[in-house]
Design a protein around this ligand. Structure first.
Ligand code: SAM
Ligand code: SF4
Length: 362
């Protein structure tokens, strides 16, 4: 029976359910990929204003009652790990640390018998004072976003003078004993290539794994330009000028970053690595195993998807117990089934999705 047949309300952006989607098993798509990595955006709000992500004045935030509650998020994530084969969950946003119940969400998932791996992507503001509680709740890994270690440039990029807070968050993450602390950097401007060796050196000296992400067309201002973006090749050329890099022999699997070993540097006794995520110039859609939930309860099968599947209406439909879980699982399988083969960023007819990165969850 379809969701519509159950009398569940749908929203205009809501994708119609495919009739040929699987009704059992994990989250599969028509191309044979299986989605086992869930990105959960817990808020669209943020306390920074990175130029490649948000306008200076911020965005029209979701109204509070549109955002999924603690219980609603736990319900959806539980269906994911128990019934749909989700093996890892990454909390993101907006800025996930703005949510006070983050520790409760992590604790609920780490207590599951299926125990997914639990990670978070954060800008690091306020992380230092919450780090112990997050680890106690069950956080396994953290990625902290940092594009430069130059305080002036940091303030220009993020429009806030908070570099010291981010560095304190990184140090707290490293001393908390987490298995890996990664730094996510976006180079939004070619001038930032000049600061890259200093950022890389800082990460290598402190035991953080730097991953540089090609900027994607997900900025709220729609200023992204394919012809002028900083490419993975340019990033690697600068890194090779300053560090002895060797291709990482480890298989990449579904990981987005291609990694290199940095001769002469070690982290906890293992060779140090640097990664480059060439989402635009070398898309890895064929290996993608992601599925995404936005803060207002929309499923997205790709960052660049034009359609979404609304779970909030299902959660608030009056269904309970197994009927609710079945309806959530059915909609989720349908959303994954219709995932496109590729993100299409390099196609002439590419359309930027209406939600910016901060409202999807990176
Ligand atoms: N606020 C948190 C943070 O900055 O880590 C989590 C959300 S943020 C949207 C997640 C990641 O997306 C960050 O590492 C950020 O650098 C990256 N990001 C934001 N806009 C991007 C864009 N247009 N292209 C590529 N990465 C982007
Ligand atoms: Fe906020 Fe993260 Fe976007 Fe920067 S990248 S504005 S920290 S959501």
């Amino acid at each position: 029976m379809s969701t519509v047949a159950l009398g569940l309300p749908t929203t205009p952006s809501d994708r119609a359910e495919p009739t040929d989607a699987p009704t059992t098993g994990p989250l599969r798509d028509r191309f044979g990929r299986v989605a086992a990595d869930l990105r959960v955006s817990v808020t669209d709000r943020c306390n920074l204003r990175c130029t490649y992500c948000m306008p200076a004045e911020g965005l029209d935030w979701l109204p509070t009652d549109a955002v999924l509650t603690t219980d609603e998020l736990i319900r959806v994530m539980t269906v994911g790990v128990r019934d749909l084969g989700i093996r890892s969950i990454r909390f993101t946003g907006g800025e996930p640390l703005l949510r006070r119940d983050l520790e409760d969400l992590i604790a609920a998932m780490s207590a599951r018998p299926e125990r997914p791996e639990i990670a978070m992507t954060t800008n690091g503001l306020g992380l230092a004072r919450r780090m112990d509680g997050l680890v106690a709740a069950g956080l396994d890994r953290v990625n902290i976003s940092l594009d430069t270690v130059d305080a002036t440039r940091f303030a220009e990029i993020t429009r806030r003078d908070r570099l010291h807070d981010v560095l304190a968050g990184l140090a707290a993450a490293r001393s908390s004993g987490l298995s890996s602390v990664k730094v996510n950097a976006v180079l939004a401007d070619h001038t930032d290539l000049g600061g890259l060796p200093e950022l890389a050196r800082y990460c290598l000296d402190h035991g953080y794994q730097l991953r540089i992400i090609e900027q994607m067309p997900l900025d709220a201002d729609h200023r992204w330009d394919r012809a002028s973006m900083v490419t993975a090749d340019e990033i690697l050329a600068v890194l090779r000028d300053h560090f002895p890099l060797r291709p990482d022999p480890r298989p990449r699997g579904s990981a987005p970053a291609a990694t290199w070993l940095v001769d002469g540097f070690h982290v906890d006794g293992a060779p140090a690595r640097i990664g480059v995520i060439a989402s635009v110039t070398r898309p890895f859609c064929g290996d993608c195993d992601r599925t995404r939930l936005t803060a207002d309860g929309a499923l997205r099968n790709c960052l660049f998807a034009q359609g979404e599947t609304d779970l909030r209406n299902v959660l608030r439909s009056g269904l309970t117990g197994q009927d609710l879980d079945d309806a959530l699982a059915r909609r989720w399988r349908g959303n994954t089934w219709v995932k496109s083969a590729g993100h299409g960023v390099n196609d002439p007819g590419f359309l930027q999705p209406s939600r910016p990165m901060s409202a999807i969850g990176g």
